[in-house]
Design a protein around this ligand. Structure first.
Ligand code: P6P
Length: 336
């Protein structure tokens, strides 16, 4: 009997295929494509420290190979692995201005899914050896199967997602995903190239003592956000809270989901819609947060109820432990 703690991602997918609301094998193909991409990118990201030996992006390395920027590399690898699986009819990526249409040549593979991806979020942190990540969001297409994918297949509200997840390339590489039946985390054993179930049934603690926001933007925030930050810093009850901000969404999100906390990227006088992208950052993280008994809001609207209007649109993003987000909302509603 395999110890549950050592279940592989492949075994987990097979065991849980029945709870995935679509035909058998489709989830496996989708997650397997992302799993392969994660392993390839993890290997490359972990080499980044050797960049002065291997040659910086845009130069040729000691083997005379052209060194790609890692976010360009990650984008190409995920697109390639998804295309090869004959289940995806379209891909939207932070690295691509427009969506990519994938037409199946094989009548029987009428590709039903679209994937939206941030192939390497936080890539500016690579040069200083800070964790970065990949974020993905999966929908069923809404236009007729067998026809070219359309923009409306991508501009779906987050509540329509069939799966979402992220990969953190940190002290270890961990893949966390949901298909609407809870959240589970899998850690890569690089020696074997196998992901093992390391974080079953991830859930936010209802309360937390960590707040994550770029306080360098404090002067630009709306009054309600300013007042909430001051609330976090007051000496009262279990406060002051701890301020933790890595500057990499996947890492800040992952820590707060495990320990309890709130992540904020508000709109401000310099970012009128905030910074984070709705379709391939906020929606997938919101799906995971809600599946982990957390909350994700734009301030007045549940993130997953926002009706998208464009592929790369930005929205304000507040996400974390339920009681902390509820308290934030009390401050926001006072002013806005
Ligand atoms: P700032 C990385 O660029 C990112 O998209 C998120 O991963 C991160 O949380 C945020 O932006 C950091 O932005 O403006 O605080 O540097």
């Amino acid at each position: 009997m395999i110890d549950k703690r050592h279940k592989t991602l492949g075994e987990f997918i097979i065991e849980n295929q029945s709870s995935f609301q679509y035909t058998s094998g489709e989830l496996s193909k989708l997650i397997n494509a992302l799993r392969l991409g994660a392993k390839v990118v993890s290997h490359e990201v972990n080499k980044a420290g050797l960049i002065d030996i291997l040659g910086a992006a845009g130069e040729t390395n000691i083997q005379g190979e052209h060194q790609q920027k890692l976010d360009v590399f990650a984008n190409e690898k995920f697109i390639q692995t998804l295309k090869n699986r004959e289940i995806v009819c379209g891909i939207a990526s932070e690295e691509e201005e427009d969506f990519i249409s994938i037409n199946s040549n094989d009548e029987q593979h009428q590709n039903k899914y679209v994937v939206l991806i941030d192939p390497l979020d936080g890539s500016s942190n690579i040069d200083v050896n800070v964790s970065v990540g990949t974020i993905f969001s999966i929908y069923r297409r809404v236009t007729p199967i067998g026809t070219p994918v359309q923009l409306e297949d991508f501009l779906q509200p987050g509540r329509n997602q069939v799966a979402a997840g992220y990969i953190v390339y940190g002290t270890s590489t961990i893949l966390v995903y949901t298909t609407g039946d809870g959240v589970n985390g899998f850690t890569l054993n690089p020696a074997l190239g196998t992901f093992y179930l390391s974080h079953p049934n991830l859930e936010y603690p209802e309360d937390g003592k960590i707040y994550s926001v770029n306080e360098g933007n404090y002067v630009h925030f709306l009054q309600g956000v300013k007042d909430y930050i001051k609330y976090c810093q007051e000496e009262e009850g279990n406060r002051p809270y701890t301020s933790r901000y890595i500057g990499s969404l996947v890492s800040d999100f992952h820590r707060n989901m495990i320990k309890g906390g709130i992540y904020m990227y508000p709109k401000s006088s310099i970012n009128e819609n905030g910074k984070l992208r709705l379709l391939y950052e906020c929606n997938p993280m919101a799906f995971i947060a809600e599946q982990a008994n957390g909350v994700a809001t734009g301030g007045r609207t549940r993130i997953m109820d926002i009706e998208p209007t464009e592929l790369h649109q930005r929205v304000p993003f507040f996400c974390g432990s339920k009681n902390m987000v509820d308290k934030l909302k009390e401050f926001l509603v006072k002013y806005h």
